[in-house]
Design a protein around this ligand. Structure first.
Ligand code: NAD
Length: 360
């Protein structure tokens, strides 16, 4: 593919996804290769995580930023928060000599964007990194004096989502002895494991990091399996809490669970996989709805109010499951249509401005 056709395909993808702005920053002194995707600012400034992970190439990084930014718009809309959707993706350098300087330079870049995008913590970034960004701009959250790590509330939202899915799909009024397989026991996965253990659930866990696995075995009596086997585990619930794209052509027929409900963003590799889950009779909790707890935490300063809104993820998901069953549609399409009604109903042309309809 030539550079020109690659550029065209980015623009096409941006149009398909409804992404409004793409910004790039390169600073070779500190090894910064950054993409900021702003999907939509109809409801307010774009708020979304700043991810710093390995990418095989810049195309994958840009694609990831655009898809994640769209998810943030939909997440904000469905949670009725006054924010738009955006995401920043930093291609992690092989060697980062001065991490503070790296994030300070990124902070200068965000300052130039004038507040249209507000950064938050995400995979591969920490509260300390957000503090470094804050040396150069106020357009950042999850700093040590503002919200901090949102993972515990993300985990609470996922826990509430699992409760809703277990009631809807398995007619369970509690989680006693429910078997949950958790893929990835990092920030969210570990906090989720704690909540599920407390509620009496049985856990099977996997992570590439053996220390994190051992912590779950010791603290929650979890069963450990190799990372490559977690999708084969026969369980009531599979909770993907690692990275996206996990439900794909290779994995979907290995699943032996009744419910897929976890924190990872973009769990479905393509929309077709959502339809396949429905055909297989596996209930899928749309990722941007079930993992909205962290966003709610950073968007709503009042802790009590934020907690209440996270608890209500149960009701939102239950309503989506009911509507999906009634319409015989996959739950993520019902969620998309609820979010699009909120996002696009105030724009000229109303709901007909569904960006996906431009897909051609
Ligand atoms: P994290 O980096 O702390 O944890 C992810 C864990 O998954 C790591 O321990 C990693 O070793 C493990 N992992 C990666 N690939 C794996 C694989 N193939 N098999 C098993 N384990 C694997 O990240 P996190 O903050 O816990 O977030 C987890 C997911 O939830 C991410 O997709 C993130 O985007 C999403 N999410 C997080 C939040 C939040 O508040 N942290 C909010 C919304 C969504």
């Amino acid at each position: 593919m030539t550079a020109a056709t690659r550029q065209d395909s980015f623009l096409e993808q941006a149009v398909q996804l409804g992404v409004g702005e793409l910004h790039f920053k390169i600073d070779q002194r500190v090894g910064l290769y950054a993409v900021v995707a702003i999907h939509n600012t109809t409801l307010g400034p774009a708020l979304g995580g700043c991810r710093c992970v390995n990418y095989p190439n810049s195309s994958e990084a840009i694609k990831d930023a655009m898809r994640l930014a769209r998810g943030m718009s939909y997440k904000s809309a469905i949670c009725k928060l006054p924010y738009g959707g955006g995401k920043s993706v930093l291609m992690r350098p092989r060697l980062m000599e001065d991490r503070v300087a790296y994030f300070e330079v990124f902070g200068e870049f965000l300052e130039q964007l004038g507040g249209r995008y507000i950064a938050a913590m995400d995979s591969g970034t920490s509260v300390e990194d957000m503090d470094a960004i804050a040396h150069r701009t106020q357009h950042v959250t999850c700093t040590s004096d503002q919200a901090g790590d949102p993972s515990p509330l993300t985990a609470l939202g996922v826990f509430r989502g699992i409760e809703a899915a277990a009631r809807f799909s398995l007619q369970r009024s509690d989680l006693e002895d429910l078997h949950v397989a958790i893929q990835g026991v990092g920030h969210v996965g570990h906090a989720l494991a704690a909540l599920l253990h407390e509620a009496g659930a049985r856990l099977t866990v996997a992570d590439h990091n053996p220390t994190l696995v051992k912590r779950c075995v010791d603290e929650f009596d979890a069963l450990a399996v190799p990372a490559q086997s977690i999708l084969d585990v026969e369980a009531d619930v599979l909770a993907p809490c690692a990275l996206g794209g996990i439900i794909n052509d290779n994995s979907i027929h290995r699943l032996r669970c009744a419910i897929v409900a976890g924190s990872a963003n973009n769990q479905l590799s393509t929309p077709v996989h959502g339809m396949q889950l429905q055909q297989l009779g596996i209930l899928y909790a749309p990722d941007y709805v079930i993992n909205a707890g962290g966003l709610i935490r950073v968007a709503i300063r009042d802790e009590q109010q934020a907690h209440e809104r996270v608890m209500a993820i149960y009701d939102t998901l239950y309503e989506i499951f009911e509507q999906a069953a009634k319409d015989e549609q996959p739950p993520e399409l019902v969620a998309d249509s609820m979010a699009e009604t909120i996002l696009y109903s105030n724009q000229p042309g109303g709901h007909s401005h569904d960006p996906m309809s431009l897909a051609g």
